[in-house]
Every structure is written in structure tokens, then in C-alpha cells.
Design a protein around this ligand. Structure first.
Ligand code: SAH
Length: 258
């Protein structure tokens, strides 16, 4: 029996697959990828004899059956997922039946889309004395939010919020921020298809205008919403510097100059 690897394909640019992920793609006898988002990575690195299939029309049971059957015939089988497999990827729903079938599994992390969006816009999600916390979340759509995790409650921390799976519910995001006391001029960022070569779109706005801007740019899918008091800091004249590079701060690798 072979091993099934859940591999994070990254946010879109095939070059953002990890080296370990790429090596596994090249070694795989069979790859099941999750929709068009990750096909490019599979096609670019897979060997000529590799069986490659798209899971977009498969139900969970069919996915499991496919993976188990391929693991019986191949040493290395891949489930390629967008971004990182630990986020909104049904990893555990697939791991449990594979465990039950006695199939060994492994996971290779990937670059999640929140990080790709921050990179695209040259933003830092943490800044000294501004916020030191990032929340990865979504708003309630068909998947209910557990108690205490409404965006309004989370937004009361006034930290960085990376909101997945919610671009069609942007109005709900904005209302939650307002209800939590975010000002109209608080900056927001939406990145569509972050890292996709030639297709990335970066929309900068505020609580007051981000929705109109996204509507006029026709952003309605594959987008990351970021609300953060750090946004735009590249242009701040009065930035608080990180202690890490402060000459008067001693840490493990460097002695303070005073
Ligand atoms: N596991 C994935 C998330 C899957 S949920 C990850 O770690 O990124 C799908 C959501 O991820 C989308 O609704 C969107 O909010 C976000 N997303 C995925 N790829 C993206 C990209 N290239 N740019 C912006 N957002 C993206």
C-alpha cells in the first residue's frame, strides 16, 4: 500500500509550491487536484506517466475511493490542494476514512492565500505597537460560525483580520467591522488571485468604500479580504521600529552596541 500525501499547492503561482511538494509531484504515480486553481502546479512538475485527475465533480466518497484505489497501485499518491491543506480544505474529513482504510498519509504545508495577498500588496500583517495578532477567519455563509467567532466579535480585537471565502459577503464583512467600532476610514485590502501570474488584482480602500471599489472592479471570487490597522504602513512617516533591529536591544544572535 502506498502513501497519500496532502500537498499544499500554494495560492496560484506554481513557483510557490514548496521544494518538498514539487519533489512529491515529480515522484507521484497519481495526482488528484482540487479544481483549476492548482492544476498548473500538477501539470508543470508531474512525470509523463502520472495519472492526473480533477476532483471538481467528485463527492467526498468518490475522492476517498479514488485515493485508496491509487494507493493500492502506487507508492506515492497526491491530493493537491490550494494554499495550505490545514485551512478550509476538508483535510480531516479525508484523513478519517483513509485511516480507516489503513492508508498511510502525510501532509506538506503550502503558502496560504492570506500570505500571498500580503506579499502582493507589500504589507506586513504585524507591526510593533500597532498589532501583533492575525486572525484567519471567514464570515457565516452556508457553513455556520461557532459561538464567539462572529466577525463582529473577532473584529473587536482591532488586530489583523484575513477573511477567506467571503468576497460575495463583503457587505457582511463591512457591517461587522463597523459594529465592532472600526472607523469609516479604516483601511482595507482585497486581493483577487494573489500570485497568479498576470491575473492578480489589488484593491485598496476603506471600510466606507471597499465594497463599491470591488463592485466596479467586478471582484466576485477567489479573493482575500484583509482589514488591518497595519495597512499602508509603507508610507507612514512615524513608524515604530521593531526591537529586533534596534541597536540598543540584545538578543540571541547580536549584542547591543551600548
Ligand atoms: N486552503 C486555502 C484556502 C481555501 S478556501 C489557502 O490556504 O489559501 C478558498 C478561499 O481562499 C477563497 O475563497 C479565497 O478567499 C482564498 N483564496 C484562495 N486562493 C486565493 C488567491 N490566489 N488569492 C486570493 N484569495 C485566494
Amino acid at each position: 500500500m502506498g502513501k497519500v500525501w496532502f500537498v499544499g499547492a500554494g495560492p496560484g503561482d506554481p513557483d510557490l509550491v514548496t521544494v518538498k511538494g514539487r519533489d512529491l509531484i515529480a515522484r507521484a504515480g497519481a495526482i488528484l487536484f482540487a479544481g483549476s486553481l492548482v492544476s498548473a502546479a500538477a501539470m508543470r512538475w508531474a512525470s509523463a506517466g502520472c495519472e492526473i485527475a480533477d476532483s471538481k465533480d467528485m463527492a467526498l466518497e468518490e475522492i476517498i475511493a479514488w485515493l485508496v484505489a491509487r494507493a493500492q497501485a502506487n507508492e506515492t499518491v497526491l491530493r493537491l490542494q490550494t494554499g495550505d491543506p490545514s485551512l478550509y480544505g476538508a483535510l480531516i474529513e479525508m484523513a478519517q476514512p483513509l485511516d480507516a482504510a489503513g492508508v498511510d498519509i502525510g501532509v506538506v504545508p503550502g503558502v496560504t492565500s492570506a500570505m500571498a495577498a500580503a506579499a502582493a500588496a507589500v504589507e506586513s500583517l504585524t507591526l510593533p505597537e500597532v498589532t501583533q495578532t492575525v486572525i484567519l477567519t471567514r464570515v457565516e455563509g452556508r457553513t455556520p460560525m461557532p459561538e464567539g467567532e462572529s466577525l463582529e466579535e473577532l473584529a473587536r480585537h482591532h488586530c489583523t483580520l484575513c477573511v477567506y471565502l467571503s468576497i460575495t459577503l463583503l457587505q457582511q464583512v463591512v457591517s461587522a467591522l463597523r459594529a465592532a467600532g472600526w472607523r469609516d476610514d479604516a483601511p482595507m485590502l482585497v486581493v483577487q488571485k494573489a500570485s497568479w501570474p498576470g491575473e492578480e488584482k489589488i484593491i485598496r480602500g476603506t471600510v466606507a468604500d471597499i465594497r463599491d471599489k470591488c463592485r466596479s472592479e467586478k471582484i466576485s471570487s477567489q479573493a482575500m479580504i484583509i482589514a488591518s490597522p497595519t495597512l499602508g504602513a509603507r508610507h507612514w512617516p512615524d513608524l515604530k521600529k521593531s526591537k529586533l533591529y534596534d541597536a540598543s536591544f540584545t538578543h540571541r544572535f547580536r549584542r547591543a552596541s551600548e
